[in-house]
Design a protein around this ligand. Structure first.
Ligand code: MRU
Length: 369
């Protein structure tokens, strides 16, 4: 996608610069567009942990590139695989909820194992690049399928703007390109269909107000940032036509883990008969799980993220205490929306109900996993 008129993907390598992986430091957005150079497996792992990179598909791709950097660090003359497995264990400890992380690590290890004759670094790099390309293609296809939902709504409204609420950032900065929840929105906007996006600020790290708003501004998509508790009221007053959110992990029966607060939006949408869609690239599908509430690991992060917030003051990024320092705070990163509250899943292969039959209908190869 474009930043100030230049096309970017969120993670890349430069020809002639082996051992360096570039990405954006998303902690500084929208105030500063800083490109970070990751030069070791540990730096890439910390980039995931400290949320320099974030968003399920980008976390997956970064994990794959981290193993490429690890393969370059493997002592010469030793079998790289045991070394890589150790590094993989480190990467898997970074964040628990986004299943893209596990999928990517597994795939790189399998690729290196399958290509034992080839130097593991180039096998790992090829695999990381394949994961990135596939993710971009999945997101683009989600855009194509999701566009038809927005187009139909626009026609039913006689061409008046379609108001879409989204939570957190499931945009191109959370992926490699196009985004998941944002892909249909960009496709509709580019097709000349009037849209307006209600952007949940998404406490405590404000991925909505900081990153989604930044993206939509760069692309010229009309939007309004709202406090997280506003969506229900807007729905009651007919100001939301549909909700589209992303997912970090979706089970085979269609239970969806996404940023904390998503479940409450789904409840409000159900209560007001508003379609609630989840954009699901198959990289985020975990067919080995069924009951999302019982089985999906939910990340708990440091209470600091709740107690303090970051903002710009006099040109400087400042950390500000927002509550009594003595009061404890809890910081759950994700929640689970049960399939019964979801109107449909927008995948790269089409739109399906949030059900085992629906998902396996589009992804029969996931049967029995
Ligand atoms: O904690 P984050 O910023 O990594 O959480 C991101 C989300 O919850 C996204 O909605 C999800 O990863 C989907 S990204 C396409």
């Amino acid at each position: 996608m474009q930043i100030q008129g230049t096309h970017y993907r969120t993670i890349w390598t430069e020809p002639g610069e082996p051992g360096t992986v570039y990405t954006f430091d998303q902690r500084l957005l929208p105030f500063e567009i800083r490109i970070a150079a990751l030069k070791s497996c540990e730096e890439a792992a910390q980039a995931i942990e400290q949320m320099l990179v974030r968003g399920a598909p980008l976390i997956g791709a970064t994990a794959a590139y981290a193993l490429y950097l690890a393969a370059r660090e493997a002592p010469p003359g030793v079998d790289a695989l045991p070394f890589l497995r150790e590094k993989a264990a480190r990467i898997l400890r970074t964040r628990p909820t986004a299943v893209d992380l596990q999928h990517a690590v597994r795939r790189v290890l399998d690729t290196v194992e399958a290509n034992a004759w080839e130097d593991s670094a180039s096998a790992a790099l090829q695999c990381a690049e394949a994961i990135a390309h596939e993710s971009a293609a999945q997101c683009r296809a989600i855009g194509v399928h999701g566009l038809e939902l927005i187009r139909a709504h626009s026609q039913s409204k006689g061409g008046r703007p379609v108001h879409i609420l989204t939570h957190c950032n499931a945009g191109w900065l959370a992926c490699i390109d196009y985004g998941t929840a944002t892909a249909p929105i960009y496709a509709a906007h580019d097709a000349g269909i009037p849209v307006h996006v209600w952007v949940d600020e998404t406490r405590p790290r404000n991925q909505g107000s900081k990153i989604t708003a930044f993206e939509l501004l760069q692309h010229g998509v009309p939007h309004t940032v709202i406090p997280d508790n506003t969506g229900g009221h807007l729905m009651q007053h007919g100001l939301v036509d549909m909700v589209i959110v992303g997912t970090d992990r979706t089970t085979r029966r269609g239970d969806v883990a996404n940023k904390i607060g998503t479940y409450l939006k789904a409840l409000a949408a159900k209560d007001n008969d508003i379609p609630f869609y989840v954009a699901l690239p198959s990289s985020s599908l975990d067919a080995s799980l069924e009951d999302g509430i019982r089985e999906i690991p939910i990340e708990e992060r440091d209470e600091e993220e709740v107690k303090y917030t970051w903002g710009m003051e006099e040109g400087k990024l400042k950390k500000v205490l927002t509550m009594p320092a003595e009061s404890p705070a809890a910081n759950y990163g994700f929640d689970v929306t049960p399939a019964r509250l979801i109107t449909g899943l927008i995948t790269e292969r089409g739109i399906c109900p949030a059900s085992e039959a629906g998902i396996l209908g589009l992804f029969p190869e996931k049967r029995g996993l």
